[in-house]
Design a protein around this ligand. Structure first.
Ligand SMILES: C[S@@+](CC[C@H](N)C(=O)[O-])C[C@H]1O[C@@H](n2cnc3c(N)ncnc32)[C@H](O)[C@@H]1O
Length: 246
């Protein structure tokens, strides 16, 4: 699978210190995770380790971060070296069905948008299922299937999006970050139906779509108005599900 992040790991690490990450995405994932103290957690597409560190800080006893990109894993390991939390990182393609163990919770923040077709989407979900305990939970963040591009100005949040292709059950999107160090990534915005089919095929149940919520701190810092566009037309959304007992 193509590694888009080979040359942009440092820019991505920097992008993960922004206000959308801090006031919106991180608290939304934290709220979906709930109490994970004592859990064993695997963070798929861990990138530079932002959510792996969150899992550890929330009390997971063991955290494994896996990512396709050696450059992203190197950046995550560097962050671990600077501030050791005991997180283990491995290079691995989530579509290859690698078995790492039995985990209570799996996160996958912006993984499934890298499945180039529905077969790969199902393989990624099968990999996650194979590494979860019975009843283990998947907490994913995915591009919102209902996002309306062009309706709102996303520049106040640090990016703009371009639709660059279209197929059955999918849109191809380029996301252009506009901070100090500009960079772009391309991904697939899958439909709700594509996710529902893939989850059902791979042994998941209880799928829930949960919109992001901004933290109280974010509202106090910037006021409600700044967040209105991203809350009423969210680019991303939390998708959670539970592995059905065999
Ligand atoms: C937008 S980044 C998200 C990183 C991290 N989850 C975060 O939110 O900060 C997407 C990550 O997915 C990884 N990725 C893409 N395809 C993958 C695959 N097939 N298996 C594992 N990781 C993959 C990329 O290398 C990249 O690090």
């Amino acid at each position: 699978m193509k590694d888009q992040y080979r040359t942009i790991s440092e820019q991505y690490l920097q992008a993960r210190t922004d206000d959308v990450t801090h006031f919106l995405e991180t608290p939304s994932v934290q709220s979906a995770l709930g109490d994970i103290s004592g859990a064993r957690a695997i963070d798929y597409a861990c990138g530079t380790g932002h959510f792996s560190r969150l899992l550890k800080k929330l009390g997971a006893t063991y955290v494994l971060g896996v990512d396709l990109s050696p450059a992203m894993i190197e950046a995550a390991r560097r962050a671990e070296g600077e501030n050791p939390l005991g997180i283990v990182y491995e290079v691995s393609d989530a579509a290859t069905m690698a078995i790492f163990g039995s985990f209570d919770v799996a996160t996958a923040v912006f993984l499934f948008n890298y499945a180039e077709d529905e077969h790969t989407l199902a393989r990624m979900l099968s990999s996650v299922a194979a590494n979860l305990t019975e009843d283990g939970r998947l907490i994913a963040v995915v591009p919102n299937p209902d996002f309306i591009n062009g309706r709102d100005d996303m520049l106040p949040y640090g990016y703009f999006l371009e639709e660059i292709g279209k197929g059955p059950e999918r849109l191809r999107v380029r996301m252009n970050f506009v901070g100090d160090k500009k960079f772009s990534i391309e991904f697939t915005q899958w439909s709700r139906r594509a996710y529902a089919d893939a989850l059902a095929q791979t042994g998941f149940a209880d799928a829930e779509w949960t919109p992001f919520a901004v933290s109280q701190e974010g509202i106090e810092r910037y006021g409600q108005e700044l967040w209105n566009a991203i809350l009423t037309n969210p680019k991303s959304i939390v998708l959670s599900a539970r592995r059905k007992p065999a």
